[in-house]
Design a protein around this ligand. Structure first.
Ligand SMILES: [Mg+2]
Length: 251
């Protein structure tokens, strides 16, 4: 907000070591009708690899997608990944999964979402290990928002308050295990180095957890992609600007 793009690039270039945490959907690529269509082209994959092999840079993808989806999406296994909103973590090619109990609420939420899908044609359910999502990207905005509110209400009245959590994303409502958090994993696993700049880029409400965790490091820079309330220090218009920043790291 108070920084210019020049300030951002100067800050990034100036640091000895850089730890770069990037969200995936909406941050590295545009939104599409269905998550399965969000594929990163080869040249962009190559750029991520090129950034990650630099000795003073560490790149990590932090996403709400599942670990198996990310294995398919990011070809380079040397890039570390945080998936499932912090409940899965791939470090040096090996996945670690943090256990959580979703059994008691998942079937209830699933049957409610199935009913919503019948009433709101075009919408669909995406099921993940630790969460269940109702997507309304193909629906008319007003109708989608109305039913998103219904899902919210259902979870709040029929289940324990706060567990599961409800995440209202972009044209999606995700009902997710309470332990899932894109920031907590950062607090628990990132080393605190004073000569490192911790940079986070993300577009969605779930990235706010990531921003607040990164802001606890001595040197940090958090960047929000697109509109909406944020605690990030800087804002860029869209996912293309993420690549403007990334390009500078390899030039
Ligand atoms: Mg996103």
């Amino acid at each position: 907000m108070f920084l210019t793009m020049d300030d951002v690039l100067k800050k990034i270039k100036h640091f000895e070591n850089l730890l770069l945490v990037l969200d995936y959907d909406g941050t590295l690529l545009d939104f599409v009708d269905h998550p399965s269509k969000a594929i990163l082209p080869r040249n962009k994959q190559e750029m991520l690899s090129k950034i990650n092999v630099q000795p003073n840079v560490k790149l990590i993808i932090n996403t709400g997608r599942t670990s198996s989806q990310m294995d398919e999406i990011i070809a380079d296994k040397q890039i570390d990944i945080i998936a499932d909103h912090g409940l899965s973590h791939r470090v040096n090619t090996v996945w670690k999964h943090y256990p959580t109990d979703t059994i008691y609420w998942k079937s209830k939420v699933r049957s409610f979402m199935q009913q919503v899908c019948r009433e709101c044609p075009g919408s669909f359910i995406e099921e993940k290990s630790f969460s269940i999502c109702w997507h309304y990207r193909p629906c008319e905005e007003k109708i989608g928002l109305h039913y998103a509110e219904k899902v919210h209400e259902f979870v709040n009245t029929e289940l324990n308050p706060g567990n599961p959590r409800i995440l209202k994303g972009k044209k999606v409502v995700e009902v997710i295990a309470a332990e899932a958090n894109k920031g907590e994993i950062i607090r628990q696993t990132f080393p605190k180095e004073s000569d490192t700049l911790y940079v986070g880029i993300g577009d969605d409400i779930t990235d706010e957890d990531m921003f607040t965790a990164l802001q606890e490091f001595e040197e940090h820079l958090t960047i929000k992609v697109g509109p909406g309330n944020t605690s990030a220090e800087y804002r860029i218009d869209n996912w293309k600007n993420t690549w403007d920043i990334l390009k500078k790291l390899v030039s």
